[in-house]
Every structure is written in C-alpha cells, then in structure tokens.
Design a protein around this ligand. Structure first.
Ligand code: SF4
Length: 73
C-alpha cells in the first residue's frame, strides 16, 4: 500500500468509461482491492492514501450511479 495521498486521475486503480480521459471531472469506479466492496464512484480530482501512480483502465458502466462495471484489475 502506498502511504502517499494522490489524485484519482493519476492512479492505477481508477476505472473509467471506454474512450474517456482521466480529467478532473471524469467519473469512474475505484477498483483498489480493499475499496472494491464500497463500489466507490470517484472523480478525477478525488483522491485517497491508497493512491498508486499509474494509468486508469477502461470498462463500460464504470461511471454509473451505481457503477455496474466489473473491476478490470
Ligand atoms: S480512491 Fe484512492 S485508490 Fe481509488 S482511484 Fe482514487 S486515489 Fe486511487
């Protein structure tokens, strides 16, 4: 686990819609393993201390309320 806080738009655990870019207002599902049970929908400028730098993954239904996509990692 990372101990540094960071933004969802720069995090490998962000999952967004196909074709979407990770901008401040892009909505997506957090697929970090311990947060998966919460079906947490976040925006690009949300963040937490489980942040891990990386590129987001993509799946249909990642931005719904609630998100319906399965975690891709
Ligand atoms: S909530 Fe935390 S772990 Fe999930 S995508 Fe955002 S920064 Fe990453």
């Amino acid at each position: 686990m990372s101990t540094s806080w960071g933004l969802c738009k720069n995090c490998k655990w962000l999952q967004i819609e196909p074709g979407a870019s990770p901008e401040n207002l892009t909505l997506g599902l957090c697929i970090e393993e311990q947060l998966q049970p919460f079906r947490l929908r976040v925006s690009g400028n949300s963040g937490c201390n489980r942040f891990t730098e990386g590129k987001p993954v993509h799946a249909n239904g990642s931005s719904g309320a609630p998100p319906t996509a399965k975690p891709q990692r």
